[in-house]
Design a protein around this ligand. Structure first.
Ligand SMILES: [Cu+2]
Length: 164
């Protein structure tokens, strides 16, 4: 019995390691959604902080990340950076960001990101910054952004920097 269980578990682990939606330490689950490897960068109090992660939607319906709440900053906005003619711009995403059914959206340097406006305290490397993601259907999940200098492994390399 226990041997059978061990074999089954090994098969599950092998299968999950092979799929791009496998769960990592530091991931968060909300129904069919997985929020992978949330992180932020060191910043001073009063400055703006950032938030990065990947949202994977294994469900059959699109889900919208509608807004974000935190007690760590005056306000959080969802932004998208884009580069045109060598100039990087940021646009506030007031309608949120749609995570397609069976798809994923990366919040990463150079693209979508959370902007934590006017941090209440300094963010130092190794700290965790709690933020709550609010989805279009009203569901919420609290995640901790791990403050670090470099992107977590397995995430897209920075496409560029932006400063505020
Ligand atoms: Cu921004």
């Amino acid at each position: 019995m226990s041997r059978l269980f061990a074999i089954a578990l090994t098969a599950i682990l092998a299968a999950s390691a092979a799929t791009p939606t496998s769960t990592w330490a530091g991931d968060y689950k909300l129904g069919a959604l997985t929020i992978r490897q949330p992180w932020s960068r060191p910043a001073q109090a009063g400055m703006n902080g950032v938030g990065f992660f990947t949202v994977v939607n294994a469900g059959k319906t699109p889900v919208t990340l509608k807004s974000v709440e935190t007690s760590a900053a005056g306000k959080v906005e969802i932004h998208q950076s884009s580069t045109a003619n060598g100039v990087m711009r940021m646009r506030r995403q007031d309608n949120g960001v749609v995570i397609p059914a069976g798809g994923q959206v990366a919040f990463a340097p150079g693209g979508y990101h959370l902007m934590l406006l006017s941090l209440k305290t300094a963010q130092a490397q190794g700290q965790k910054v709690p933020v709550t993601l609010v989805f279009g259907d009203g569901r919420k999940v609290q995640i901790d952004l791990a403050v670090q200098l470099v992107p977590p492994s397995g995430q897209a390399a920075p496409a560029g920097e932006h400063h505020h």
